[in-house]
Structure formats: structure tokens, C-alpha cells
Design a protein around this ligand. Structure first.
Ligand SMILES: [Zn+2]
Length: 473
């Protein structure tokens, strides 16, 4: 149970009528000042640090890790036990390579040891409770610093600036927030400090999307901050209704879900601007973002100590090779995550970006939670959902869709139809997907009124009910 409200939570939980009343005055003050001194200092540090040399970044990481390991060892029973079991004392920590001596932890370890992993009382006012969603398996609960938001937000906004965002620009948000309807049934809320317009991504009906777009067109030069699935739904709506995207949208920032190449292409075409993506987790382990010239993810070296490891636990340093993302976050000192296996996998590109010159680790094709993304063919082989994601008009008159699979070689494609969906559409879906599936998997179409999203409002494309023996990656 969470008790004390941190400053950020307090503002978030303030009723919207109070916010809008206060906001009339606050709207005149630059957000950088409203967000406070710590935020401004973080922004300055981060803006500079992104241009550091590799040596500077490594030195910083070494110091941060030293602090973090010492804190974890001295203040938590869990890490004290673990370090002792491998004969590791943080005092002997000399180089980044020493990290390899420590065991890795994963979600199950955190679930089993939660109460022994905190560096201070969970009732402390500086500690917040957090959790990550997930429809299959147990959600992960953890604790984190209440003051993390100003650091986190500084990293995000500094990343977004590469896409042309400027602090103070209005942002239209379609990201799983519960937004209640106003008197006129319009699901919109406004936060005058952050200048965020929230729309409900749980209610993407034809009528509501029309209202969202009409409203977005009135908020001036702005950015959209979205889940890839919610912006793809909006793009399909624009395509099938034959309208145009509002001209005042300067860029689309997509986070929290995988960005599929087909989705990126469609969104960029429909909105006529760039889709910029960031990768991060609620546990604040690793943060990576694109740059001015490239969609590849640049891993922030000052946010965390990042490792990409192969099946044997060795660092991946060969371009095109895949590895699991293992993170040691610097932001969360309330409950350190040290060498945490994220279960997300990525392709190694380089140790710097040719295009922008930043000396960051560059990765691409981040994929996670694979079991939700594969269908099992007749012969037991796996068909990646990515391969079935269509960029053409296949799903034009479809609001939402999801495969449900309970039997090898067969699946049900659940569809929430958009206006005008008819037999022609069902035929086209059968034909186009059938071409890709090549008789390896047959499916029937089932029309439904709604497809449940994950608790955080993210789309789940494959509801996979077959227990898979081998781990897919
Ligand atoms: Zn770059």
C-alpha cells in the first residue's frame, strides 16, 4: 500500500478542474522553471554528458557503480548475501570488467527477495511503489526513489530534443492513461505545467478519434507522445476515412512498445513527420533513444551500466549479433537493480554512432516478451508476428486485432471492426495473410466488440496459450 504522495504524484493526482484553474496562471511561466532547479540542473548535465568521450563516460560509470555496489552491499540483506556468496567486496571494485564477476538477477529473483532489496524503509517518504504490467505471469512489484521523475523527465526531454521537441511545446498524449469524459463526452484532460493534452487510448472509436484529431489541430505546433499501437490505430483511421493528419504535428514520439518497421513507415507517411522512439523500462534500468539522423537506439551511458550478453553471458561486441539487455540502473537508489536481465533482446550495431558522433553503444531491433509475439505453425516452427504485420490496406477497416492460439497450426484472428467492415475485408485479410502464412497456419476470423489491452493499455498482438518448451528469442 502506498501512503505518502511525492511531489510529482501530488500534482498528478490533483483534480483536473484545479489544474486548469491554476494553469491559467502557470501557463505563462516557462515549464523549465516550474519543473524546478533539480530538473534544470539535470538537463544541463545530460545535454553536456551526451557528447562525452568514451573514457569520460567509463570513468563516470565506474564511480556510479562503485557507489551503487557499496550502497547495495551495506544497506540490503539481499546483495550483502549475494556478494558474499561469490567472494565479492565492493571495495575491490577496480574496473568495469569486474561487473562480470557478479551474478545476474531476473524478475523471479526480485519477486522472491523484494523485502530484502531496499536500501531504506519502504515507508520512507522518499520511496515510491512501482509495478510493471504483463498479462501473462505475475506482475513485477518494486520500489524506487520518489524524486526520480525530475531526472527521468530530463533524460526524456533531452532525448526528444533530437527530434525537434522543445520544452514547453504542447504534447498530445495517447498512452494508456485513464481519461474520464467531460460534460460533452470528450475524453481529454490538460496538464498546464507539462503542457500535456491527455486523450484516452482505451477509447479509440471512430467518433472519438475524429474528436481527438480535431482537438489536436487546435493546440498549435506540437508533438504526439504515444504507444506505437495507438498511433498505428490513429494512422489507419486517417487512411480509411480519407482525411489528413493535422498539419501542426511536428513529430511523433513512440515509447513503451516495440516499434515495427511497417508501423514506422505508415505513421511517417500519414503524419508527414518523423517517428522518434525511446526504449526504457518502469524499473529505470536502461534508457536508449534515436538521434537526429538515425532510428537506431543510442544507450545513455550516464543513466545506467548497460550490458548486451549472449547465451553464455559473454558481452556481444560483434555487429549484427544479438544479445539480451542486462542493466544496472543509476537512477533507483531506493532499490538497486544490479545486473538485471530484462528479457529484452537487441542487435549490436557499434560502440558509437557514425551519423551524430555520440560515443554511445548503438543497438537496434529491440524485442521483448517473445512468447506474446509468435504463432506456432503446423510443424511446430515459430512464425514471428512481425512477419505478419501488414503495411498495406489489409487492416484498413480494422480498429484492433489480436491472434488467439490454443492449438498448433491453427489460430483465431479476433477483430474489432471499424465502420464499413464487410465480407470483402475479411476476404482480403484471409488472402493477404494467407499468402504470408503459406499453409503453415490456418486461421478463422472472429468479430468482437473489444480486445482487452494489457493493464497499462498496451496492445497484445498474440494471445499465445500454447506452452512453449524452448525459450524463444
Ligand atoms: Zn546518432
Amino acid at each position: 500500500m502506498k501512503k505518502v504522495l511525492s511531489k510529482k504524484n501530488l500534482w498528478e493526482k490533483t483534480p483536473s478542474w484545479i489544474k486548469s484553474t491554476l494553469g491559467r496562471g502557470l501557463g505563462l511561466i516557462p515549464p523549465k522553471w516550474l519543473l524546478g532547479k533539480s530538473f534544470r540542473e539535470n538537463c544541463k548535465f545530460i545535454s553536456d554528458a551526451q557528447w562525452w568521450s568514451e573514457e569520460q563516460a567509463h570513468k563516470y560509470q565506474l564511480n556510479k557503480l562503485r557507489e551503487m555496489l557499496k550502497l547495495a552491499y551495506e544497506k540490503t540483506e539481499f546483495y550483502s548475501r549475494m556478494f558474499d556468496s561469490v567472494g565479492f567486496n565492493p571495495r575491490d571494485f577496480q574496473s568495469l570488467d569486474d561487473m562480470g564477476r557478479l551474478p545476474m538477477i531476473d524478475k523471479q529473483v526480485v519477486i522472491d527477495n523484494l523485502s530484502d532489496m531496499c536500501t531504506k524503509s519502504v515507508d520512507d517518504k522518499d520511496v515510491d511503489f512501482g509495478s510493471t504490467g504483463g498479462t501473462s505471469g505475475t506482475p513485477l512489484h518494486f520500489y524506487m526513489n520518489a524524486n526520480r521523475s525530475s531526472v527521468e523527465y530530463a533524460y526524456l526531454t533531452t532525448s526528444w530534443e533530437r527530434a525537434g521537441y522543445k520544452l514547453g511545446m504542447p504534447v498530445a498524449m495517447l498512452r494508456g492513461r485513464i481519461v474520464n469524459p467531460d460534460r460533452n463526452g470528450f475524453r481529454h484532460e490538460y496538464d498546464p505545467i507539462l503542457r500535456h493534452h491527455y486523450y484516452s487510448s482505451f477509447h479509440m472509436s471512430h467518433e472519438n478519434m475524429k474528436r481527438y484529431l480535431k482537438h489536436i489541430a487546435t493546440i498549435g505546433p506540437c508533438f504526439l507522445h504515444v504507444y506505437p499501437s495507438s498511433i498505428a490505430a490513429l494512422a489507419r483511421f486517417i487512411l480509411r476515412s480519407g482525411t489528413h493528419a493535422p498539419k501542426n504535428i511536428r513529430g511523433v514520439i513512440a515509447e513503451s512498445e516495440i516499434v515495427y518497421p511497417e508501423q514506422r513507415q505508415m505513421v511517417e507517411e500519414v503524419f508527414g513527420c518523423c517517428l522518434f522512439s525511446c526504449y526504457g523500462q518502469s524499473e529505470k534500468l536502461v534508457l536508449a533513444a534515436g538521434c537526429e539522423h538515425s532510428d537506431d537506439y543510442h544507450v545513455w551511458p550516464t543513466y545506467d551500466y548497460f550490458e548486451l550478453l549472449d547465451d553464455e553471458g559473454n558481452p556481444v561486441t560483434t555487429p549484427s549479433q544479438r544479445g539480451e539487455i542486462v542493466g544496472t540502473g543509476f537512477i533507483n537508489t531506493a532499490m538497486p537493480f544490479i545486473r538485471y536481465r530484462t528479457d529484452d533482446w537487441a542487435t549490436y550495431v557499434d560502440n558509437h554512432c557514425e551519423a551524430c558522433g555520440r560515443k554511445h553503444t548503438i543497438i537496434r531491433d529491440i524485442r521483448g516478451h517473445r512468447t506474446q509475439e509468435v504463432l506456432i505453425a503446423d510443424d511446430g516452427s515459430e512464425i514471428s508476428w512481425t512477419a505478419l504485420n501488414m503495411h498495406d490496406d489489409t487492416f484498413l477497416r480494422v480498429r484492433q486485432f489480436q491472434f488467439l492460439q490454443e492449438t498448433q497450426g491453427r489460430a483465431v484472428l479476433r477483430i474489432v471492426p471499424a465502420d464499413g467492415f464487410g465480407e470483402d475485408d475479411a476476404d482480403r485479410i484471409h488472402r493477404n495473410l494467407g499468402r504470408k502464412l503459406d499453409c503453415r497456419l490456418t486461421f478463422t476470423i472472429e468479430l468482437t466488440e473489444a480486445i482487452p489491452l494489457s493493464p497499462r493499455g498496451k496492445a497484445i498482438y498474440v494471445d499465445q496459450r500454447i506452452q512453449q518448451e524452448k525459450e524463444f528469442r
